[in-house]
Design a protein around this ligand. Structure first.
Ligand SMILES: [Zn+2]
Length: 436
């Protein structure tokens, strides 16, 4: 197929994205505030968990709910658009000359095969980045501004995109060189080895990202002096989290979102609170969030999910191997590919594997939701702040649709819905308040 046949549909898509960007640009920014209340309102709430949950949710205005639904549902669609964009890039690379021409040139000039494979890997990352850039700009810049969450100008935002491209180029080149060295050795039955390589990279990535990659975008500092520090570090010490493993980072550089996380592995595992949380939340809310994050840390959620991902990856590579054998038998010659160990079949591997990952979305999300529920309960038991928890959850509706149906929650939600989570907090409040 000739490159020219791709021009017309590509131009049409680009035009569509431009219109979307313009619409986003014209949209109005700031999220509407939730109805404020005081401690007396919270204390007067009925103990009944269902009633109390509804009272919390009723503080969201219809405009706030509509806006939050639109943002979150748009995110579901973007998963699909991103997958489709990836498939289109793979189809373009497979059906036209540049990809195999680059493979041939790299193998001619770079005699050491892993080096040639690394060069192809870098080309693949760069091609995907360039071809999907319009979609990334819409999703990462215009859409975030339309919903009033972005705090960066286009230049600063784009600068960060270039930094993350540089990181992806290095990691992509290394991963591809290693993966194809293994594929050439083991031949047809490569799925188990590919799983091993992917897992090794995942473990390494999770362990070094907080040390080498995240500081490229944000500054991580110890919690500043004050009552919050005392509260947060007391909870950490009581639960076996070393105090120098609690950081605050300047997320407000990029966004207005309130959040926190536990990331890292081995020595780099730590609780990381974002500065929006500290600036926009009461002490009760911060304690609630900290209790949740300590739960992730204390229950070793990261190592546990890596083990579970290993199983999902193994199944995925097994299916990918089966699908690629069939696809290469039928179309391999037309795509000028010699087999699965041919590095120029990487776009095919990427397309098949990304399809599997898309279909596995509910599985990944269920693993995550289960851990989030565990962390919520840990946080309630530790911080004993069901109202603080509920208040933070209301704030998070700025970017999470609060009250989805059960199917939507099962497929798309990495965390339980706001209603479920507030209900759990109110249930805790109700049960713990009962006389024994
Ligand atoms: Zn969490």
């Amino acid at each position: 197929m000739h490159l020219k046949t791709w021009l017309r549909p590509a131009a049409a898509l680009l035009l569509l994205l431009l219109v979307a960007c313009f619409a986003a640009w014209a949209a109005d920014g700031k999220p509407p505030a939730n109805r404020p209340v005081d401690d007396a309102w919270r204390a007067a709430l009925p103990l009944d968990a269902k009633v109390a949950t509804q009272a919390y949710l009723d503080r969201l205005s219809p405009e706030a709910v509509a806006r939050s639904n639109a943002y979150h549902e748009g995110g579901h669609w973007l998963r699909l658009w991103n997958w489709l964009a990836g498939i289109a890039v793979a189809a373009l690379l497979l059906a036209t000359k540049p990809s195999t021409a680059l493979r041939d040139a790299a193998q001619r000039r770079l005699r050491w095969r892993p080096l040639a494979d690394a060069a192809y890997g870098a080309f693949y990352v760069a091609a995907g980045w360039v071809l999907t850039l319009p979609l990334s700009i819409y999703e990462g810049f215009f859409r975030e501004h339309a919903y009033g969450m972005a705090t960066q100008g286009l230049g600063a935002w784009f600068g960060e995109q270039l930094v993350s491209l540089a990181v992806s180029l290095v990691i992509g080149a290394l991963l591809v060189a290693l993966l194809y060295a293994v594929l050439r050795k083991v031949g047809e039955n490569w799925w188990g080895w590919a799983t091993g390589v992917a897992l090794a990279f995942m473990v390494l990535g999770v362990a070094v990202a907080p040390v080498f990659i995240e500081p490229l975008f944000n500054t991580y500092k110890p919690v500043p002096e004050g009552p919050v520090k005392t509260a947060v570090l007391t909870m950490a010490r009581a639960n076996g989290v070393p105090v120098d493993n609690v950081y605050v980072f300047d997320a407000s550089r990029q966004t207005t979102r309130v959040s926190a996380n536990v990331s890292g592995l081995f020595g780099s595992a730590a609780v990381r609170l974002n500065d929006n949380l500290l600036d926009r939340s009461s002490e009760a809310e911060i304690r609630a969030v900290m209790g949740h994050e300590i739960g992730h840390y204390a229950m070793n959620h990261i190592p546990k999910s890596i083990v579970m991902y290993g199983v999902i990856l193994a199944l995925g590579f097994g299916l990918t191997q089966w699908a690629m054998r069939r696809l290469l038998a039928g179309r391999g010659a037309a795509w000028r590919l010699s087999g699965p160990a041919d590095v120029a079949s990487l776009p095919l591997l990427g397309a098949v594997f990304s399809t599997y990952l898309l279909l596995a979305t509910p599985v990944f999300n269920t693993i995550s939701r289960t851990q989030e529920t565990e962390a919520d309960l840990w946080g309630l038991n530790l911080a004993r702040e069901p109202h603080g928890e509920a208040e933070v959850l209301l704030k998070l509706t700025e970017y999470r649709k609060p009250d989805p149906g059960p199917v939507e929650e099962f497929i798309f939600y990495t965390h339980p819905s706001t209603r479920t989570r507030i209900f759990n907090a109110m249930q805790w409040r109700q049960q713990m308040a009962q006389p024994r």
